[in-house]
Design a protein around this ligand. Structure first.
Ligand SMILES: Cc1cc2nc3c(=O)[nH]c(=O)nc-3n(C[C@H](O)[C@H](O)[C@H](O)COP(=O)(O)O)c2cc1C
Length: 224
């Protein structure tokens, strides 16, 4: 082919490409600390489901630590803090930040991006009261400065393990939830845990993508 034709074909190809979606803006989180002041044993001993929270903001360092403990990447091969069947990683973690819930973070819903250890804003505004309503009106939840929502894209796991992958994904959310519980304790915070909610109401409130099915909500903050 003559060079002029090659240039024309490549040029038309570029011209006919669909417009690129704008890259989502990421809020980088501070690096998590790998040493703390409380032992695992003490955190295990102290862990309780907390349902009363002080009206005190968290900071980005605490959010970084909490999300890293929940689903952070700890190995160049992509392995994370919590085990995953076949390393299929079906979990998606969202942060609901309340008004003045986190210093230097506007109220809204953020998707945690483990590969960048960053947050991506997906919805603006304080959604805590609506989330509490979707959780069968457990109004105590709305007093926590933040909530961590665990969702799962089951097909990542079921594509490899069939129906058994559903069970594996449910197990995995338990592992990640316990990591968050222990990290909250180790930071001098407390976490609640909520499985009683309307799947539909919660998905609608958070406008989750259809394939991200909510499994658990954990409010986190200073204990009252
Ligand atoms: C899967 C699961 C779902 C739960 N759902 C709720 C809930 O919707 N509301 C609530 O107040 N507590 C909920 N809990 C918390 C339990 O009530 C609590 O773990 C239990 O009473 C033991 O107390 P502890 O966690 O302080 O040890 C849930 C716990 C688990 C493991």
């Amino acid at each position: 082919m003559k060079p002029i034709w090659a240039i024309l074909i490549i040029g038309c190809g570029i011209f006919l490409q669909p417009p690129m979606a704008p890259a989502a803006e990421l809020i980088r989180l501070p690096q998590p600390a790998l040493k703390g002041s409380m032992s695992v044993e003490e955190a295990l001993q102290k862990r309780r489901t907390v349902r009363l929270f002080a009206s005190r903001s968290l900071d980005l360092k605490q959010i970084s630590q909490l999300l890293w403990a929940t689903q952070g990447i700890t190995d160049p091969r992509g392995f994370r803090t919590a085990a995953s069947a076949g390393a299929t990683y079906p979990l998606e973690i969202y942060l609901v930040a309340g008004e003045r819930g986190v210093r230097d973070l506007p109220p809204g819903l953020f998707r945690y991006r483990p590969e960048n250890h960053a947050l991506e804003l997906t919805l603006k505004g304080d959604l805590r009261a609506e989330v509490a309503r979707a959780c069968l009106s457990q109004s105590w939840m709305a007093d926590a400065p933040v909530m961590v929502v665990f969702a799962a894209e089951f097909k990542r796991c079921t594509a490899r393990y069939g129906n058994r992958g559903v069970m594996y994904t449910h197990m995995e959310v338990g592992h990640a939830g316990q990591s968050l519980f222990l990290q909250a304790e180790a930071l001098g915070l407390g976490a609640g845990i909520v499985g009683a909610f309307s799947d539909k109401a919660l998905s609608q409130t958070l406008k989750l993508p259809k394939e991200h099915e909510p499994l658990l909500v954990m409010p986190v903050g200073y204990k009252y």
